[in-house]
Design a protein around this ligand. Structure first.
Ligand SMILES: [Cu+2]
Length: 222
Protein backbone atom coordinates (compact mmCIF):
# COMPACT_ATOMS: atom_id res chain seq x y z
CA UNK A 1 0.00 0.00 0.00
CA UNK A 2 1.31 3.43 -0.85
CA UNK A 3 0.94 5.93 1.97
CA UNK A 4 -1.39 8.71 1.03
CA UNK A 5 0.90 11.52 2.04
CA UNK A 6 -0.16 13.25 5.24
CA UNK A 7 -2.51 10.65 6.65
CA UNK A 8 -0.07 8.03 7.98
CA UNK A 9 3.40 9.57 7.99
CA UNK A 10 4.87 6.96 10.35
CA UNK A 11 4.45 4.30 7.67
CA UNK A 12 6.62 6.32 5.34
CA UNK A 13 9.21 6.48 8.08
CA UNK A 14 9.12 2.73 8.69
CA UNK A 15 9.59 1.90 5.06
CA UNK A 16 12.44 4.37 4.77
CA UNK A 17 10.84 5.87 1.70
CA UNK A 18 11.78 9.49 1.11
CA UNK A 19 8.91 11.94 0.58
CA UNK A 20 9.87 12.12 -3.11
CA UNK A 21 8.69 8.53 -3.52
CA UNK A 22 5.11 9.53 -2.81
CA UNK A 23 2.71 10.10 -5.64
CA UNK A 24 3.19 13.69 -6.82
CA UNK A 25 -0.25 14.72 -5.60
CA UNK A 26 0.17 18.21 -4.21
CA UNK A 27 3.26 19.86 -2.86
CA UNK A 28 1.17 20.84 0.16
CA UNK A 29 0.81 17.21 1.11
CA UNK A 30 4.58 16.72 1.06
CA UNK A 31 5.20 19.89 2.98
CA UNK A 32 2.72 18.73 5.58
CA UNK A 33 4.33 15.33 5.70
CA UNK A 34 7.73 16.83 6.34
CA UNK A 35 6.26 19.08 8.99
CA UNK A 36 4.60 16.12 10.65
CA UNK A 37 7.62 13.84 10.49
CA UNK A 38 10.17 16.24 11.85
CA UNK A 39 8.56 16.88 15.25
CA UNK A 40 7.65 13.21 15.41
CA UNK A 41 11.25 12.13 15.02
CA UNK A 42 12.51 14.75 17.45
CA UNK A 43 9.97 14.16 20.18
CA UNK A 44 9.16 10.47 20.08
CA UNK A 45 11.92 9.38 22.49
CA UNK A 46 10.69 11.83 25.14
CA UNK A 47 7.36 10.13 25.81
CA UNK A 48 4.65 12.41 27.31
CA UNK A 49 3.75 15.37 25.13
CA UNK A 50 3.97 14.87 21.40
CA UNK A 51 3.73 17.34 18.60
CA UNK A 52 0.24 17.04 17.23
CA UNK A 53 -0.51 18.74 13.96
CA UNK A 54 -3.82 20.18 12.82
CA UNK A 55 -4.58 21.48 9.35
CA UNK A 56 -7.00 24.40 9.45
CA UNK A 57 -9.11 24.99 6.37
CA UNK A 58 -12.11 27.08 5.47
CA UNK A 59 -15.47 25.54 4.63
CA UNK A 60 -14.27 24.93 1.07
CA UNK A 61 -11.16 23.09 2.24
CA UNK A 62 -8.68 25.87 1.49
CA UNK A 63 -5.81 26.21 4.00
CA UNK A 64 -6.03 29.19 6.35
CA UNK A 65 -2.80 30.87 7.40
CA UNK A 66 -2.41 33.00 10.53
CA UNK A 67 -5.17 31.16 12.36
CA UNK A 68 -4.60 30.84 16.09
CA UNK A 69 -5.25 27.43 17.61
CA UNK A 70 -5.30 26.98 21.38
CA UNK A 71 -6.21 24.14 23.68
CA UNK A 72 -9.18 24.95 25.95
CA UNK A 73 -9.61 23.91 29.56
CA UNK A 74 -6.04 23.18 30.54
CA UNK A 75 -4.89 24.24 33.99
CA UNK A 76 -3.06 27.51 33.72
CA UNK A 77 0.19 27.81 35.61
CA UNK A 78 1.68 30.99 37.05
CA UNK A 79 2.70 33.91 34.87
CA UNK A 80 5.17 32.55 32.35
CA UNK A 81 7.33 35.68 32.18
CA UNK A 82 7.27 35.25 28.45
CA UNK A 83 8.18 37.94 25.98
CA UNK A 84 7.33 38.62 22.36
CA UNK A 85 7.90 41.38 19.83
CA UNK A 86 5.81 42.98 17.12
CA UNK A 87 7.94 45.24 14.97
CA UNK A 88 6.90 47.96 12.62
CA UNK A 89 8.72 47.85 9.34
CA UNK A 90 7.74 49.20 5.91
CA UNK A 91 4.74 50.84 7.61
CA UNK A 92 3.33 47.47 8.54
CA UNK A 93 3.17 45.43 11.69
CA UNK A 94 5.19 42.24 11.63
CA UNK A 95 3.87 39.74 12.43
CA UNK A 96 0.25 40.55 11.61
CA UNK A 97 -1.06 37.94 14.06
CA UNK A 98 0.69 37.14 17.34
CA UNK A 99 -0.52 34.64 19.93
CA UNK A 100 0.72 34.95 23.50
CA UNK A 101 -0.15 33.52 26.85
CA UNK A 102 -1.61 35.77 29.56
CA UNK A 103 1.14 37.76 31.24
CA UNK A 104 3.38 38.03 28.20
CA UNK A 105 5.31 41.29 27.77
CA UNK A 106 5.32 42.42 24.14
CA UNK A 107 7.85 44.89 22.75
CA UNK A 108 6.92 47.14 19.81
CA UNK A 109 10.19 48.07 18.11
CA UNK A 110 9.76 50.64 15.36
CA UNK A 111 12.28 49.77 12.68
CA UNK A 112 11.04 52.42 10.28
CA UNK A 113 12.47 55.91 10.04
CA UNK A 114 8.97 57.41 10.31
CA UNK A 115 7.30 57.66 13.69
CA UNK A 116 4.42 55.37 14.62
CA UNK A 117 1.76 55.72 17.28
CA UNK A 118 0.63 52.25 18.27
CA UNK A 119 -2.67 51.86 20.09
CA UNK A 120 -5.48 49.50 20.96
CA UNK A 121 -9.05 50.23 22.07
CA UNK A 122 -9.83 46.56 22.57
CA UNK A 123 -11.41 45.61 25.92
CA UNK A 124 -8.75 42.91 26.43
CA UNK A 125 -6.02 45.58 26.39
CA UNK A 126 -6.28 49.32 25.98
CA UNK A 127 -2.99 51.12 25.53
CA UNK A 128 -1.11 53.56 23.37
CA UNK A 129 2.54 54.23 22.67
CA UNK A 130 2.63 57.79 21.44
CA UNK A 131 4.71 58.88 18.44
CA UNK A 132 8.02 57.13 18.68
CA UNK A 133 10.97 55.60 16.84
CA UNK A 134 13.21 52.81 18.08
CA UNK A 135 12.13 50.45 20.84
CA UNK A 136 10.08 51.82 23.75
CA UNK A 137 11.69 51.15 27.11
CA UNK A 138 8.57 49.51 28.53
CA UNK A 139 6.96 46.52 26.81
CA UNK A 140 3.19 46.14 26.99
CA UNK A 141 2.02 43.32 29.26
CA UNK A 142 -1.09 41.52 27.99
CA UNK A 143 -2.85 40.47 31.16
CA UNK A 144 -6.35 39.47 30.03
CA UNK A 145 -7.48 36.81 27.57
CA UNK A 146 -9.05 38.01 24.36
CA UNK A 147 -8.46 39.53 20.97
CA UNK A 148 -6.52 42.79 20.85
CA UNK A 149 -6.67 44.80 17.63
CA UNK A 150 -3.65 47.02 17.04
CA UNK A 151 -3.61 50.17 14.96
CA UNK A 152 -1.39 53.14 14.26
CA UNK A 153 -2.72 56.64 14.76
CA UNK A 154 -0.64 57.94 11.87
CA UNK A 155 -1.05 55.16 9.32
CA UNK A 156 -4.64 53.96 9.13
CA UNK A 157 -3.79 50.91 7.07
CA UNK A 158 -1.55 49.44 9.74
CA UNK A 159 -3.45 46.62 11.41
CA UNK A 160 -2.41 43.66 13.51
CA UNK A 161 -3.80 41.43 16.22
CA UNK A 162 -2.61 39.96 19.48
CA UNK A 163 -4.50 36.89 20.63
CA UNK A 164 -4.04 36.46 24.38
CA UNK A 165 -4.79 32.92 25.49
CA UNK A 166 -5.30 31.35 28.89
CA UNK A 167 -3.62 28.10 27.88
CA UNK A 168 -0.13 26.66 27.83
CA UNK A 169 -0.76 25.09 24.43
CA UNK A 170 -1.22 27.31 21.40
CA UNK A 171 0.11 27.79 17.90
CA UNK A 172 -0.42 29.78 14.71
CA UNK A 173 -0.96 28.17 11.34
CA UNK A 174 1.64 28.53 8.62
CA UNK A 175 1.03 29.18 4.93
CA UNK A 176 -0.20 25.59 4.50
CA UNK A 177 -2.72 26.05 7.32
CA UNK A 178 -0.77 23.74 9.64
CA UNK A 179 -0.36 24.36 13.38
CA UNK A 180 1.82 22.24 15.67
CA UNK A 181 0.68 21.75 19.26
CA UNK A 182 2.83 20.06 21.91
CA UNK A 183 0.06 18.21 23.71
CA UNK A 184 -0.35 14.68 25.04
CA UNK A 185 -2.12 12.39 22.56
CA UNK A 186 -5.86 12.15 23.10
CA UNK A 187 -8.99 14.23 22.87
CA UNK A 188 -8.58 17.97 23.20
CA UNK A 189 -10.95 20.88 22.84
CA UNK A 190 -9.44 23.39 20.43
CA UNK A 191 -10.36 27.01 19.94
CA UNK A 192 -9.59 28.67 16.62
CA UNK A 193 -9.49 32.35 15.77
CA UNK A 194 -8.67 34.18 12.57
CA UNK A 195 -8.62 37.93 11.79
CA UNK A 196 -11.66 37.58 9.53
CA UNK A 197 -13.68 36.53 12.58
CA UNK A 198 -13.00 39.90 14.23
CA UNK A 199 -13.06 40.62 17.94
CA UNK A 200 -16.73 40.04 18.59
CA UNK A 201 -17.54 36.71 16.97
CA UNK A 202 -17.96 33.76 19.33
CA UNK A 203 -14.86 31.58 19.20
CA UNK A 204 -14.90 28.59 16.90
CA UNK A 205 -14.36 25.42 18.93
CA UNK A 206 -13.95 21.78 18.04
CA UNK A 207 -13.21 18.64 20.01
CA UNK A 208 -10.61 16.50 18.24
CA UNK A 209 -8.54 13.42 18.92
CA UNK A 210 -4.91 14.37 18.39
CA UNK A 211 -1.89 12.17 18.07
CA UNK A 212 1.60 12.68 16.79
CA UNK A 213 1.27 10.47 13.74
CA UNK A 214 -1.68 12.09 12.07
CA UNK A 215 -2.39 15.47 10.52
CA UNK A 216 -5.85 16.20 11.89
CA UNK A 217 -8.15 18.26 9.66
CA UNK A 218 -9.92 21.16 11.34
CA UNK A 219 -12.50 22.75 9.08
CA UNK A 220 -13.86 26.16 10.02
CA UNK A 221 -17.50 25.49 9.19
CA UNK A 222 -20.27 26.10 11.65
CU1 LIG B 1 2.37 54.20 11.79
Amino acid sequence: MVPTGASRPERADNTGMPPAAHPPTVTHALARLARTLLPLLVLLPCGAALAATVAVTDAAGRPIRDAVVSVVGEAAAAAPEATAAIQQVGRRFDPIVTVVRIGTAVAFPNNDTVRHHVYSFSPAKRFEIKLYVGTPAQPIVFDKPGIVTLGCNIHDRMLAWVVVVDSPHFAKTDAAGVAVLNVPPGRHRLRVWHPELGEEAPPFEASLILDAARLVPLRLAR
